[in-house]
Design a binder for this molecule. Structure first.
Ligand SMILES: *[C@@H]1O[C@H](CO)[C@@H](O)[C@H](O)[C@H]1NC(C)=O
Ligand SMILES: *[C@@H]1O[C@H](CO)[C@@H](O)[C@H](O)[C@H]1NC(C)=O
Ligand SMILES: *[C@@H]1O[C@H](CO)[C@@H](O)[C@H](O)[C@H]1NC(C)=O
Ligand SMILES: *[C@@H]1O[C@H](CO)[C@@H](O)[C@H](O)[C@H]1NC(C)=O
Ligand SMILES: *[C@@H]1O[C@H](CO)[C@@H](O)[C@H](O)[C@H]1NC(C)=O
Length: 427
């Protein structure tokens, strides 16, 4: 439910200079993603960027770290297109990583849209990732899904793109009253990891709170504050491999909508329902009303930046400090966690020192370094822009194989990714 597919955005000058390479050898295109090299957030953001294959050890941006906060999508800055992102997670807590961007902030919601791409004969969706990272904590997203027609897939996940650890809520259009809970360790497909539960109504008719409680020892999925499933780490032990196959790697929170019904892969189509009904002006929409993150451990204090107008500290924050005076030292130097300010009136957005680029906690492991995952090796074999097979290990049949040869869609059950590449030069 998570494999990467690839997108070639024919019009994106932003990426026109991307070069296919196993290893990036020029300082001007230092960041490696899916076998291509370029600069900019699409290629350099932590998690998207492959450290090993990048120009040098500092080419990829560092992980931003976790921030306990609620984002309510009242400001357009709360989610922006990746090619507008300058690397300040406090200003832009969510980033739409598809090109062209099909996500908007509207009426207090993050709205992920899917429209029809006639050239591909299928929907073109959206994927929005948190610009902060998380490694354990609780994430609640208030969501109204796009399950109004078969084939339409909505997803809320936490994922490490390089390692393939992932925790999922997914909704398939053919089952509007159900939600699928799932998890992955290193992108390994284990069919029994997936369990469906009733939402308690039509997930596309009403908002519900979907919560992932992610602890080093367990994951609990909740709907409207009621636990529906707990996965214990101890129950994921693989005795032959001698490893706990439990999602543990730092990742990003992600939301996506994509067309499973016209994916061209039978397993995916059976899983999502098929065909997805389209007219030329159909728009499917997934609504995210708010996202609340409570970090475990190191917590970068959310800043009161411009986006802070809609990003307040989480409610259980002991330091609910509304005094303006104490807010002037609003920087990221205090990573001790509990000191998040709750002051949306602060206008000192520009004082957020280090945040113009990568605000690292310094305590995070850059899991990207360990990748070498199949998604990378695979794309390096692409011979044409966007002609990718599915992201690597996904030769599986159920809901996971995409086998796309399209030049546009990157979508995967659970995750959509863009590596917008034009004029690529094969290795
Ligand atoms: C990586 O390359 C950049 C650009 O040339 C350079 O500024 C930086 O010092 C290099 N870092 C390392 C660790 O070599
Ligand atoms: C932040 O302060 C406002 C105003 O005092 C208060 O209404 C709100 O509950 C506080 N939020 C949190 C998360 O403490
Ligand atoms: C960081 O925040 C904690 C908790 O509010 C506080 O005790 C500590 O003094 C702060 N440290 C710095 C460097 O501001
Ligand atoms: C990213 O963070 C590293 C380590 O903190 C720092 O050395 C580097 O200069 C930062 N990069 C940018 C672009 O700010
Ligand atoms: C993708 O590559 C395969 C193998 O080279 C080729 O047969 C197919 O036509 C290509 N598809 C596209 C859309 O370019």
């Amino acid at each position: 439910m998570n494999k990467l597919l690839y997108l070639a955005a024919a019009t994106s000058a932003f990426v026109a200079a991307a070069l296919a390479a196993t290893k990036c050898t020029t300082a001007s295109a230092p960041c490696s993603r899916e076998g291509y090299c370029n600069s900019g957030p699409s290629f350099c953001m932590w998690g998207l960027c492959n450290v090993q294959n990048s120009y040098n050890s500092t080419s990829c941006w560092n992980a931003e770290g976790c921030s306990s906060q609620t984002v309510t999508f009242d400001s357009s800055a709360d989610a922006i297109a990746i090619n507008s992102y300058t690397g300040n997670p406090n200003t832009n807590p969510y980033v739409s990583i598809f090109e062209p961007n099909n996500a908007v902030v509207e009426n207090g919601n993050l709205v992920l849209q899917m429209t029809y791409d006639a050239s591909q004969k299928k929907g073109f969706g959206a994927t929005v990732d948190s610009s902060h990272t998380i490694q354990y904590g609780t994430v609640t997203a208030r969501i109204k899904t796009a399950s109004i027609a078969k084939g339409v897939v909505s997803a809320f996940i936490i994922r490490n793109d390089q390692l393939g650890d992932e925790i999922d809520f997914e909704w398939v259009g053919k089952e509007p009253t159900q939600v699928e809970t799932n998890f992955f360790y290193h992108d390994e497909l284990v069919y029994t990891n997936s369990v469906y539960y009733p939402v308690g109504g039509d997930s596309s008719a009403d908002y519900h709170d979907y919560t992932i409680v992610w602890d080093p020892d367990y994951v609990t999925w909740m709907i409207d504050n009621k636990a529906i499933r707990t996965l214990k780490r101890e129950d994921t032990y693989d005795s032959s491999a001698k490893v706990y196959k439990f999602p543990a790697a730092e990742g990003r929170i992600g939301f996506s909508i994509w067309d499973g019904g016209n994916s061209g892969a039978k397993g995916t189509e059976d899983w999502a329902g098929t065909p997805t009904p389209w007219t030329s002006n159909t728009v499917y929409k997934m609504y995210v009303d708010s996202v609340t993150v409570k970090c475990t451990g190191t917590d970068i204090a959310p800043s009161d930046s411009s986006a802070g107008a809609s990003s307040s500290a989480s409610t259980d924050n002991p330091d609910n400090d509304n005094s303006d005076s104490s807010d002037s030292n609003n920087d990221n130097s205090n990573a001790s966690g509990s000191s998040s300010d709750n002051d949306t009136s602060d206008t000192s957005a520009t004082s957020i020192g280090a945040s113009a680029d990568n605000t690292s906690t310094g305590s995070k492991t850059d899991t990207g370094a360990s990748s070498g995952s199949e998604t990378d090796t695979e794309t390096s074999t692409n011979t044409a822009a966007g002609n990718s097979s599915n992201g690597g290990s996904g030769s599986s049949s159920t809901g996971d194989s995409d086998g796309e040869s399209s030049s546009t869609a990157i979508s995967s059950p659970g995750k959509c990714h863009v590596v917008a590449v034009t004029q690529v030069v094969p290795v």
